[in-house]
Unconditional design. Structure first.
Length: 412
């Protein structure tokens, strides 16, 4: 049964829903405990006909749309459910909250455009979720805390719930290490957010001196979450930016499920080599949601070298629609260096790319914690968990370490 995340009332029988592309769809006649009201955007976006509201909670659980282009739903009015407002009852007293329906697709391990859901498939999902908990890849949290991927006993939540993985990512959904069939490993020790006072930024050494100096540590000096432009973390960031000659970046955005969607950057991660500090910026919570003007200069100033892993045209486009006009002459993609260092040029010509986890293991001999539970979590939550912040910061920190390790050879 598909349920409202807030009230847990029934919304639609599972036998009536179908995974279509990266959407969960059903015929409107199968809706329960809901009402339809005209969508406020139907004039500007004619395919949006109605909003589906839960009678009990008033939550916006989905929309009635006619823009699907697959199978029997093509051009028809269809109910499309919002993963952020609904949960899937797997039976046996287990409910899984997915950050996106692509996460459901990955957990099912299916590639077909249309996928019928069955009781057997849902029971398998609930079993995998419990296995993740038993293996230590999920953790229990109080139901009073809003978490991205909880399992809750139906119909009433128990005192505590385990968080379970939902296997998707807003960015780099398929990596070489997954294609290679790498087996999961226990997560390594992680850096802790806010466990150290950041070093105050100073005018750092030249790039050449830094590259010839001491190797960066496995973990950053400090991880700072920037969710307000009046916070101490924001002030520290502005000081770092004002003296930066080179910086590493990474970014995340909500998936673009169709050609009419082009989501801007939601999460921007920065790592500064001089201070060894990392920052995780929640852009929707800063000003107008675009990249702050001072931070844009890191990407636009031809005197600042900007480093990323898989810093490709997609990244550049997403940064540009988020306010930064990227100077490509000083943008360095260390993914290409890693592939050359690992002797993967032939694989690249065949269309395979090396992922960050595998590059870290091969080049740095450092095992990253890339568990699906965190990688696929909801990066647009107002309050990110400590694990999410650490995970995001480590991605950009490892990119900076790869640059330091390989620049002497491949930057020529």
């Amino acid at each position: 049964m598909l349920r409202c995340k807030t009230s847990y009332v029934d919304i639609c029988p599972v036998t009536s829903v179908k995974l279509v592309g990266n959407s969960l769809a059903a015929w409107p006649s199968s809706l329960q405990n809901c009402q339809r009201v005209p969508h406020p955007l139907r004039e500007s976006k004619p395919f949006l006909k109605d909003k589906i509201l839960c009678n009990d909670s008033g939550g916006h659980v989905g929309n009635i749309q006619n823009n699907l282009s697959i199978g029997a739903y093509q051009g028809k009015l269809v109910a499309l459910f919002r993963a952020s407002e609904t949960v899937l009852d797997c039976g046996g007293g287990v409910i899984i909250d997915f950050p996106s329906w692509n996460a459901l697709r990955e957990m099912l391990g299916v590639k077909s455009a249309e996928v019928d859901l069955s009781a057997d498939a849902l029971l398998r999902l609930s079993g995998e979720a419990e296995d993740e908990l038993a293996a230590g890849l999920a953790e229990e949290e109080s139901v009073k805390v809003e978490v991205p991927n909880p399992i809750r006993a139906a119909p009433q939540p128990p005192p505590s719930v385990p968080r379970v993985p939902a296997r998707t990512a807003a960015k780099r959904e398929v990596t070489a290490e997954r294609n290679a069939g790498a087996s999961p490993r226990p997560p390594p020790k992680k850096a802790k957010a806010e466990v150290a006072t950041p070093h105050k930024p100073e005018k750092g050494p030249s790039l050449q001196d830094w590259l010839q100096g001491t190797d960066l540590e496995e973990y950053p000096n400090a991880i700072r979450l920037v969710s307000s432009d009046v916070s101490d973390s924001y002030a520290d960031l502005m000081e770092e930016v004002s003296t930066a000659a080179f910086v590493a970046y990474d970014c995340q955005w909500s998936p673009d499920f169709d050609e009419n969607t082009d989501n801007p950057v939601a999460l921007l991660q920065l790592a500064f080599p001089s201070s060894c500090n990392t920052y995780v910026l929640q852009l929707p919570m800063l000003g107008d949601g675009s990249i702050p003007e001072q931070v844009r200069q890191l990407f636009e100033d031809p005197k600042v070298i900007t480093v990323g892993f898989a810093a490709n045209e997609i990244d550049r486009h997403k940064l540009e629609i988020s306010g930064a006009q990227v100077d490509t002459s000083t943008l360095v993609d260390v993914q290409q260096w890693c592939e050359a260092e690992m002797g993967e040029n032939d694989s690249v010509r065949q269309g395979w790319r090396v992922g960050l986890k595998r590059a870290s293991a091969c080049v740095l001999d450092f095992e990253m914690d890339k568990t699906c539970t965190i990688a696929s979590s909801n990066w647009e939550r107002d309050e990110l968990t400590t694990a999410q912040v650490e995970y995001a910061a480590m991605d950009v920190w490892v990119a900076l370490r790869l640059f330091q390790r390989l620049a002497a050879v491949y930057s020529q």
